[in-house]
Write a protein that binds this ligand. Structure first.
Ligand code: NAD
Length: 338
């Protein structure tokens, strides 16, 4: 059993903890929480040991009637691999502790590539992370783009890709951030960081991106224009390539999938925990090739897509697993169809 700690029990940390607990070869040794809020109560109800982030937080837990098993550093000592799911930049600060205690760690997409040196999407570059000390599971947008672009690149080769991202303004629980009544350029000066971030995983693909935030909470939508190397590429060929790609599902507008709302409605019917959609959602009938350029729409359930990647990253850092074995095992445990 690989002993895993989760540092930061928010949107991503809570999901990763459940996914790790569902693996036959892994166990959760504990989770780090900053405050004794309802998420701490949920962790206790799930049987996870709670560690306070520091002495001050430990005191707050004690006053609220919680028994904590120690502070974050104590948990890191207990673990073989830490999944750091703290907010942006906090992971980079935590690295000193992992380094000092000689522990392997997985960072999230809010951190810079250099924090880990390996940016990870299981189906693209699992082998790069095998046996390494650190890996960074890239952001939700980067993960979705990498799955789509990697499949197209393998089938036909990509000269360059141009991407426009309509980003959800906030996660559903973030009442402090929304609702907004605007389309917010994110950022105004171009390009956005997303294209460069894809290139930390797929460095040979030239990707330029622009992004804006829209008043929705439940998905990002990507519009892609991809110049193909192979002049013989066909729309049916692209669809076939996607059908054979793991963690990518095709949805058809003609079936009623007219927006991200219907995709999430479908995800609710899958009866997964929290209605999570771990797969990138590609609109099959948006796939079009015009003058050697492939156009398509793809959607990303931002809270969920990186969860299987974190599980695979644990196996990669641990060593002893092939990419295909890990992906298959993770998929089965999370109910991922293909
Ligand atoms: P979040 O705010 O929901 O969760 C972070 C948790 O860490 C919070 O519960 C916070 O209290 C806790 N925390 C803060 N400081 C801490 C510390 N010093 N020690 C322990 N815990 C601490 O954030 P999130 O959305 O889960 O994001 C976490 C990471 O995942 C970020 O890098 C983010 O960019 C990335 N990510 C987020 C999403 C998303 O859509 N939410 C998607 C993909 C990747």
């Amino acid at each position: 059993m690989i002993r895993v700690a989760v540092n930061g029990y928010g949107v991503i940390g809570r999901r990763v903890a459940d996914a790790v607990a569902a693996q036959e070869d892994m166990q959760i040794v504990g989770v780090v929480k900053t405050k004794p809020d309802y998420k701490a109560r949920l962790a206790v109800e799930k049987g996870f040991k709670i560690y306070a982030s520091d002495d001050k937080s430990s005191e707050a837990f004690r006053k609220a009637g919680y028994q904590v098993s120690g502070v974050g550093k104590d948990l890191v000592k207990e673990a073989e691999i830490v999944v750091d799911a703290c907010p942006e930049d906090v992971g980079a600060r935590n690295k000193a502790t992992y380094e000092q205690l000689g522990k392997k760690a997985i960072f999230q997409g809010g951190e810079e590539h250099d924090v880990a040196g390996v940016s990870f999407v299981a189906q693209c570059d699992f082998d790069q992370a095998v046996g390494k000390r650190y890996a960074r599971v890239v952001s939700c947008n980067t993960t979705g783009l990498c799955r789509v672009l990697n499949a197209v690149d393998k089938a036909y080769g990509i000269q360059k890709a141009r991407v426009i991202l309509a980003r959800r303004a906030a996660d559903p629980e973030e009442s402090s951030k929304g609702p907004i009544d605007a389309v917010v350029l994110d950022p105004v000066t171009l390009p956005s960081h997303h294209g460069a971030d894809v290139m930390t995983v797929l460095p040979h693909i030239n990707v330029v991106s622009m992004a804006y935030k829209v008043p929705t909470t439940h998905m990002h939508l990507h519009s892609l224009i991809v110049s193909l190397k192979d002049g013989g590429a066909t729309e049916d060929g692209v669809k076939e390539a996607f059908e054979g790609t793991t963690r990518l599902l095709l949805f058809e507008g003609k079936e009623g999938f007219k927006s991200t709302a219907q995709v999430m409605d479908y995800a609710r019917e899958l009866k997964r925990s929290r209605s999570d959609l771990f797969e990138v959602a590609v609109w099959k009938d948006s796939i079009k090739i015009v003058d050697g350029e492939l156009c398509l729409f793809a959607g990303v359930h931002q809270e969920a897509i990186v969860v299987p990647e974190n599980v695979d990253a644990i196996r990669a850092l641990h060593g002893g697993y092939s990419a295909s074995d890990s992906i298959r095992t993770t998929n089965k445990s999370l109910g991922i169809i293909k």
